[in-house]
Structure formats: C-alpha cells, structure tokens
Design a protein. Sequence first.
Length: 173
Amino acid sequence: MKKIIFSLAMLAAVASVNAATPMVPTVNSVEMTAAAPKAGQPVDFTLKDLSGKAFKLSSLKGKYVIVDFWGTWCINCIKGFPKMKEYYAAHKNKLAVVSVDCNDTDARWKAGVKKHGLPWVNVYNPKGAGDITKKLGVTAFPTKLLINPQGKLVKAFVGETDDLYTELNKLLK
C-alpha cells in the first residue's frame, strides 16, 4: 500500500511540474533575439524545397506571406496547421505560406509534410552554417513571420496565437 501511495504522489508531482512548465510557448510572449529583423525591414532567404530545388522567399513578392518555423517534434506547431490550412484556402489569391522545418532530419521533415498534408511551399532549414533561425532571430517554435507584398516584415508571432489571423484580417480587407 505504501508503494502505491508513493507512486501516486510521485506521479502527481511530475504532472504538476509538467503542467507548470510548457515546452513550447502558446502565447505571443517570447521576445525575438536582437538578430531578428525589425518591422519594415526586408526578409529573404534561400532554402531547398521538397524536390531539392533552391527556393527564394523573395520569389513570392506581390503577396502577403506567412513564414512558419516548425518541426515534426513541435506539438503546438502541428496543432496550428488546421487553422492555417483553412485560412490559406480562403485567401490563397492574396496569401502564400512557407513552412520552414527546423531541427529535423531530411527524412522526418518530408514524412511530416506528407503526414500533415501541408499544401504550400515547404523548405528545409539545415543545422549549422545554413541555419536561418539564427539569422532571423527565431528562438521558439512555432514562430510565424508575416511578410508584406514588398518582402518586408510586418510582425513576428511567437507561439500558437490567433493574433496572426487578426492582423491578416486587417491587412487583407
């Protein structure tokens, strides 16, 4: 009986610690690093797409762009896909989405895109010298950058938040 009570007490302690310290932020409360571009500054990068071809963000000038930094390991990133798919489907004449996979292997990234049925541009962010998260100041996942049709940063959204869609609703009217 003592072992059962001890086990239950330990389980409760672990559960309370996990509940108090989420692994990924769920609100727009995390600051971007000093390396992050400021609103109004141009944002561009080139990464490989699913077919291995170089994709340049600036090729999407003329539309608003959501640049979504995610990983197959990020639960909150994945939770946000259904809403982003709905929004993309409703506004794809004025809006593009680019998902940037981070901290995965090439194989896990490709499997994740297929599993979650991501219908937009998908690129792979390699670790090391080519890692654009450092260049763009991304330190938490998910992070979404909203880019205007001129290729400049409107705002960064850290965590899974509806603030992105509220901002887009204003801009797309």
